[in-house]
Write a protein that binds this ligand. Structure first.
Ligand code: ATP
Length: 223
């Protein structure tokens, strides 16, 4: 198996809190990892470092063999666009756009030809039971529809790494299982690596590995 994500010796202080203290993490293609831990322990910050959104004080991150630390911001953005998909707690769609337009946007930003981007978006919308909603405004979607659209958008550029921050945190309990089913099927079906932050132990338990972030330290735990 090949490593999709490698983080070594990550250190980051925020104010007087050491949020990350020599954090190491390796995730293979097709593997799912849940990150749990107390509120404010730095889980979102860790994901931001892995995505190249936040530069750690020291340490290295590489995604699909490409360094995202100690490289210019523009390069980090290119790697993020091509190799990283992100799913947030509230979906974070653009409400002015339709479902299809939201899903297409990262592909168009990455310079993919419109026709092939549209084909892939249509396939993803079918796969995620969203075909009937393609032309609906993102502003009027239910929580579950919004999260499935966010997953389709995260997958449009065929990312090697999928990061999800509390993806089921804002959902009605009835939707939690179906969104979790979908997320955990992605490493199996698409071969991407999944790192998912959650407070929901039932969701965390579905990951292949469970890690706890506390006092800056990431440790393997039984979920
Ligand atoms: N931009 C920032 N400037 C200063 N401190 C910050 C900043 N972003 C986060 N922090 C602090 O860093 C710590 C970690 O925050 P983070 O959001 O990563 O925690 P978390 O584990 O994801 O929390 P939660 O489970 O509540 O979402 C917190 O104490 C937070 O207040």
């Amino acid at each position: 198996m090949s490593s999709i994500l490698t983080a070594r010796g990550l250190r980051l202080a925020m104010g007087n809190q050491t949020v990350l203290d020599e954090v190491d993490l390796t995730v293979q293609a097709g593997e799912s990892v849940a990150v749990i831990g107390p509120s404010g322990s730095g889980k979102t910050t860790l994901l931001s470092c892995l995505a190249g959104l936040v530069e750690p004080d020291s340490g290295e991150v590489s995604v699909a063999g490409q360094p995202v630390t100690s490289v210019p911001k523009k390069r980090r953005a290119e790697i993020r666009l091509s190799a990283v998909g992100f799913v947030y707690q509230f979906g974070e769609l653009l409400p002015e756009l339709t479902v299809l337009e939201n899903v297409l946007l990262p592909a168009l930003l990455a310079g993919r030809p419109r026709a092939s981007a549209r084909d892939r978006a249509t396939t993803l919308l079918d796969r995620l039971d969203l075909a009937g909603l393609a032309d609906r405004s993102a502003a009027v979607l239910s929580g579950g529809e919004r999260q499935r659209t966010a997953v389709a958008r995260a997958l449009i550029n065929e990312p090697a790494l999928l990061l999800a921050d509390e993806p089921t945190g804002a959902l009605d309990p009835a939707y939690v299982d179906s969104v979790a089913d979908l997320l955990f099927s992605l490493p199996v079906d698409f071969g991407c690596a999944l790192v998912l932050v959650t407070h929901n132990t039932a969701v965390a338990r579905r990951a292949k590995r469970c890690l706890s972030l506390s006092d800056g330290t990431l440790t393997e735990v039984a979920c």
